[in-house]
Design a protein around this ligand. Sequence first.
Ligand SMILES: Cc1cc2nc3c(=O)[nH]c(=O)nc-3n(C[C@H](O)[C@H](O)[C@H](O)COP(=O)(O)OP(=O)(O)OC[C@H]3O[C@@H](n4cnc5c(N)ncnc54)[C@H](O)[C@@H]3O)c2cc1C
Length: 125
Amino acid sequence: MHGKEREDMSVQTSAYATDTLPADVDVVVIGGGAAGLNGALMLARSRRSVVVIDSGTLRNAPGEAMHGFIVLDGTPPPELLRRGREQVRQYGGRVVFGKVISAEPAAPSAEGDLRFSVTLPTARR
Ligand SMILES: Cc1cc2nc3c(=O)[nH]c(=O)nc-3n(C[C@H](O)[C@H](O)[C@H](O)COP(=O)(O)OP(=O)(O)OC[C@H]3O[C@@H](n4cnc5c(N)ncnc54)[C@H](O)[C@@H]3O)c2cc1C
C-alpha cells in the first residue's frame, strides 16, 4: 500500500480534554497512540516532565474492538487511549490535543543540553 492511501485510511476521532501546553519540558512525545502513551507513561514514571501532543487520527479507529491484546481483548480502541491518557496524567504527564507541524533544533540550555522547539498551528509553541 502506498503512503498516501495509508494516510487516507486514518479516521479523526473526537477531540478530548486537553492540558495546557508547557513552555519547557524534558520530552515532547509526538503522537498519543498506544506507542506514544506507553513511552510517555514510562518517562513520567521516571520523573521526566513530559507532554504528549496528539492529533487524534488513531490508526485503528475504524475497528469496533481491539483483539489479541492481553487483558484488554475486546476493548474499543478509544477506550484504551482514554485510559492511557489518564494513566500518563496520574504520573504528572500532560496530554495536549493538536498537530505538530515542525520540530527544530533550538539553542542549548545553560547546562549545554540539546534542545528542540516544537511548533503547532495557531503559533502554539
Ligand atoms: C483497522 C485496524 C484494526 C486494528 N486492529 C488491531 C487489533 O485488533 N489489535 C491490535 O493489537 N492491533 C490492531 N491494529 C494495529 C494497531 O492499531 C497499531 O499497532 C497501533 O495503533 C499502533 O499504535 P501507534 O501508537 O504506533 O500508532 P497510532 O495508533 O497510529 O497513533 C499515532 C497517533 O499519532 C498522532 N500523530 C501523528 N502525527 C502527528 C503529529 N504530527 N502531531 C501530533 N500527533 C500526531 C495520530 O493522530 C495518532 O493519534 C489495527 C490496525 C488497524 C488499521
